[in-house]
Design a protein around this ligand. Sequence first.
Ligand code: BGC
Ligand code: NOJ
Length: 820
Amino acid sequence: MRYGYFNDESREYVITRPDTPLPWINYLGSEAYFGIISNTAGGYSFYKDARLRRLTRYRLNNVPLDSGGRYIYLRDDDAPSNRSDPNFWSPTWQPSRIPLDEYECRHGLGYTTIRSRRKDIEAQIRYFVPLGESLEIWELTITNHRDQSINLSAFLAIEFCLWDALDDATNFQRNLSLAEVEVDDGVIYHKTEYRERRNHFAYLACSEEVAGFDTQREAFLGAYRGWESPAAVEAGQLSNSMASGWQPIGAQHIKIHLDAGQQKEIIFILGYHENSQDEKFDPPESQRLNKRTVKPVIARYVQVEEVERAFQALRTYWDELLDLLQVSTPDAHTNRLVNLWNVYQVMVTFNLSRSASYFESGIGRGIGFRDSNQDLLGFLHLIPERARERILDLAATQLPSGGAYHQYQPLTKRGNDDIGSNFNDDPLWLVLSTSAYIKETDDWSILDEAVPYDNKPGTEEPLFDHLERSIGYTLDRLGPHRLPLIGRADWNDCLNLNCFSDTPGQSFQTTTNKDGNVAESVFIAGMFILAANEMADIARRRQLNEQAEAFSRAAQEMEEALWSAGWDGDWFRRAYDDFGNPIGSKQCEEGKIFIEPQGMCIMAGLGLENGRAMQALDSVAERLATPHGILLHQPAYSRYYLHLGEISSYPAGYKENAGVFCHTNPWIMIAEARVGRGNNAFDYYLRINPSVREEISDVHKCEPYVYAQMIAGHDTPMHGEAKNSWLTGTAAWNYVAITQWILGIRPTYDGLAIEPVIPTEWEGFKAVRRFRGTRYTIHVERHSPGNEIRLEVNGMPIDGSIIPTPPTGTEEVDVIVKLG
Ligand code: BGC
Ligand code: NOJ
């Protein structure tokens, strides 16, 4: 069952009924000011940091589902008001949920438009954040389709958050006595805590003259009432209430007269603004907000033409980004994801890491070290300058030991002490993102950038040295089998082999009751081989031959350890526990085989020559693959194991306990491509592709235009149901798997490689890729079923699979790839 459709032409997903199985959301904003918006206008906004600079309130886990948002109410002032047939409604369906005659929500790139019609009054609201601005626009267009004129009221309402979202939701003894606002010229300014250490405020402005306002929540809603039928909307009048403590809101009332057939546009602006410390007040000795700096911004965006220009600029921005790679394959789902939605999701994960979604509260997690390094893999080619900055920010949270803070807060860019470090895979991800960055951009200078450790001035060293310390960190921590010690966890946050927690509520992420000198990770071993070989390559290209040798030798030794202790006979083992027993082995009763080491070890090139890669992948197909994707492990853990930690805390089949953890599926796609089995790789690709799953939206439940972190495994009664959509490394990795390994268009240090491993039945495909300033038009033509390739570059046959770097300034290169 579907709840909408893809409009590939307009680059939108169109939702045709408001009651989707879960709120289907979109993101507004691209750099500093962000918002989440659902298909019924639910959601919230923040500046840079969803925890520390929250502009509006939202209560996750609330009922009715998805209440709290960017709401507008329309009221037919000519019609009588009564409870059974109210004369007001919400054009976005929520929060009033009064039936609409027509409804449509279009989620596009950085904007959402909701259009509806009730009793011949049509309303459309377009929400977006202009590029480079710290504000959002709500553009309301109302059309009177009746054959008489009408007097309408439009009410807009949002609930302000008192900045720190955690404090706002918990510390009521203090925060119910804090709120302060100013209202000036119809503009509502929310300035809680501005009197003391803050120099920022939020504001709500409108292009029309307002007939009234409210800033105190209960004055607007009425005591004990909710957003679905505010007393003030029912009455048709606001009371100009001034918030003083309690719950500050922004509500505005606009009166509209429309003749038959007439249309009117109204612009609302919700914004965030900072004043410099010495210009906070106006006059300076007063306590009144200095509004001089923000007024020009407001004056600009209350103009329809300016708003339209800003909207077109946003469209162009995205068109240019998408233009960096466009493909035309025989499969519509692939085209849709590669050309649009997957790229878009990669951008969102780059911007927000795992901080703010309908499954991430915006309070719990900042920028993840391992997460962001992986998100970069899909993002690098889009805006390399921002990728570069992120790599350096991440590196600055590395510790002198080579370890890394697991997370940092985007506002401060400082490591998060609550979570700390010791996730032993973390530092290696920095090597992988940096090498991918250089392959894309050829910008070797990044390695010479001076970057501090733990953000401490005076500790700066070149990025290259940071990467060396990443490698050293693993080598300094080898266990009894010469495999890397796991620390708190590796990529699988829930395999907590040193935790041994028997206390309810204790954090699995930060509790360590064991010395940590025994439990080892085969996954990190595979990852180390990949990273150390990258370092060897990098060092060789910088003429650091001795170091290159040392990296190669370390990779070689790790490989030996891996074959002697990490191979189980038919697949790679997962780890060794604190007692020195294998995990992910035939010897285990549960958790006999795990997906991660099969993917990671084969990506690192293990088993390609001795047939074991193929053997491991056959075991994956036999034991882990389901029609809804590949499970994390099998058999699922049926009870809690003290020595395994959080993984066994989930009921069987959910999340890390044998769910389809989508992030890892593309590793297997890449591995299948590496062993040359394009049919398998692509088959796995389709199983979790959200567009393919659109037709089972009632089962899948999450948005059909983005990947979800997890699809419930076959040990649950909900097999096939997705959770944690949007913010997941699945986005970047699927993009890498399909574009670089299946379609095979892969940046290397020496140029763009083209090595497709596509399904045998495909006759070929076409792609246009911008790479280091040149536009490559690539035609792949299948001649027979194999993966052998012959390249013709601008009509000339060349040896190998890498297109030689054209002379600087070359704009176009034509490539023909003969496959088979
Ligand atoms: C989740 C993981 C997550 C971790 C850290 C666990 O409960 O299952 O997916 O990475 O928490 O927040
Ligand atoms: C989600 C986390 O964000 C990611 O870092 C981790 O690797 C996976 N969960 C698996 O546990």
